[in-house]
Write a protein that binds this ligand. Structure first.
Ligand SMILES: [Zn+2]
Length: 394
């Protein structure tokens, strides 16, 4: 199993300056590369590829030992590979006739992470194991940076990345061969319905995680973005506004991940089998069935950005849930959610009128009344178990 671990860095002020420079120099390498490709193509009709750019990097480093030359060759190569990938994706889109977005110039503050593709090559995790109380990561050109390691790292560290979110610095370890940690059987199964009032509602009637604080941050972010749009380019106020938007984005990401971890952990502890909606199918039906003026059940009143933030929350949540389920030895099943919100979980009667309001369900055939999300979750569970039976019979 692969897993990643993310920790807060506690650089000294001198190291923080070095980190900024490191990120900035990598950003410049990233930005110079397309220009180099473009000029070579315009002047000589030559397509420059990763191999040539990597070779050129050697010269750049040799000419600038105190600048570009002070960073890890491997992390700079990783940056060029990332650009190469962006170019390939661009040409693939051109080939398939889709509207291509040219690989973007990365502005200040929009480039990260810096990745070291191999532990021990220009970087070293746990570089001072003899230190009794702290963990350090050594980064070439930056030094031994203290890490706030709040939980153990398992598996073998493969890549090390550093990124900035708002004013904080983080190190992300991508680990391989992470051992699974199976949980004892829980003796229960559940379907879950993804929603806005609760991130997930189980078929047992439990509401897991209240994303309201996330919605509140989303509101503040929307306000900050409107505010930013009114600021004059190049002004001090605009710079401050940009920083504020970035900080709120970072906060949304943190809250989303935190909510997802807590909710997923609660679910894998409580159930052996968890059935959820297939989000790829769900999103299609959702966009078709709700508008801002006449909201379907998943359209937030605050609309737009707010909604997209919560939508992204479901994706993150299901990813985290998948990881945890795999690690705990739990079974996860995705089902097509069509009809699950308007079908009666007791008698199977399927009608739009069953759905009285956003929150309540009342069957027009048998009179069964329930919380709408719980009713949907029961249907989702049933669909999942049917799929499972079919698969086992086959
Ligand atoms: Zn009914």
């Amino acid at each position: 199993m692969r897993r990643s671990f993310k920790f807060l860095l506690r650089p000294t002020s001198k190291q923080a300056v070095a980190l900024v420079t490191c990120l900035e120099d990598h950003r410049q390498r990233y930005n110079a590369a397309p220009e180099h490709r473009r000029i070579a193509y315009a002047k000589a009709g030559v397509s420059v590829r990763y191999g040539e750019q990597s070779a050129e990097l050697k010269h750049i480093r040799g000419d600038d030992p105190g600048g570009q030359g002070r960073w890890s060759f491997s992390s700079q190569q990783a940056t060029l590979r990332r650009l190469d990938k962006a170019f390939r994706a661009f040409f693939d889109r051109v080939k398939t006739g889709r509207t291509p977005g040219f690989p973007r110039f990365k502005g200040r503050g929009w480039f990260d992470p810096v990745e070291w593709p191999k532990d021990g090559d220009g970087c070293r995790w746990d570089s001072q194991p003899e230190h009794p109380a702290s963990t350090f990561v050594r980064l070439q050109g930056v030094g031994q940076v203290r890490v706030n390691q709040h939980r153990p790292v398992r598996g073998r560290v493969k890549t090390i990345s550093v990124k900035r979110q708002g004013r904080r610095w983080y190190v992300v370890l991508s680990c391989e061969e992470v051992p699974a940690e199976p949980l004892p059987p829980a003796g229960a199964v559940a379907g879950i319905d993804l929603g806005l009032a609760s991130l997930a509602t189980t078929s047992d009637g439990a509401h897991v995680a209240d994303p309201r604080h996330l919605a509140a941050t989303a509101d503040r972010l929307a306000t900050a973005q409107r505010d930013l749009a009114r600021k004059k380019r190049g002004s001090t106020r605009r710079r401050k506004s940009v920083a504020r938007v970035a900080a709120l984005h970072a906060k949304v990401r943190r809250q989303r991940l935190d909510t997802a971890h807590k909710a997923a952990l609660a679910l894998v502890r409580a159930y052996d089998v968890i059935v959820h909606e297939d989000l790829r199918i769900a999103n299609m039906t959702r966009s078709a069935s709700g508008t801002i003026a006449a909201p379907g059940r998943n359209v937030a009143a605050k609309a737009g950005l707010n909604r997209s933030i919560l939508d992204a929350g479901w994706g993150v949540f299901l990813q985290v849930l998948a990881h945890k389920a795999e690690s705990a030895g739990r079974e996860l099943i995705a089902v097509n959610p069509a009809g699950t919100s308007r079908t009666c979980a007791r008698c199977g009667h399927r009608a739009k009128d069953n759905r009285v309001t956003q929150a309540s369900f009342a069957c027009t055939a048998c009179g069964h009344a329930a919380h709408a999300d719980v009713n949907a979750a029961v249907n989702i569970l049933r669909a999942g178990l049917a799929l499972r039976d079919a698969a086992q019979a086959a």
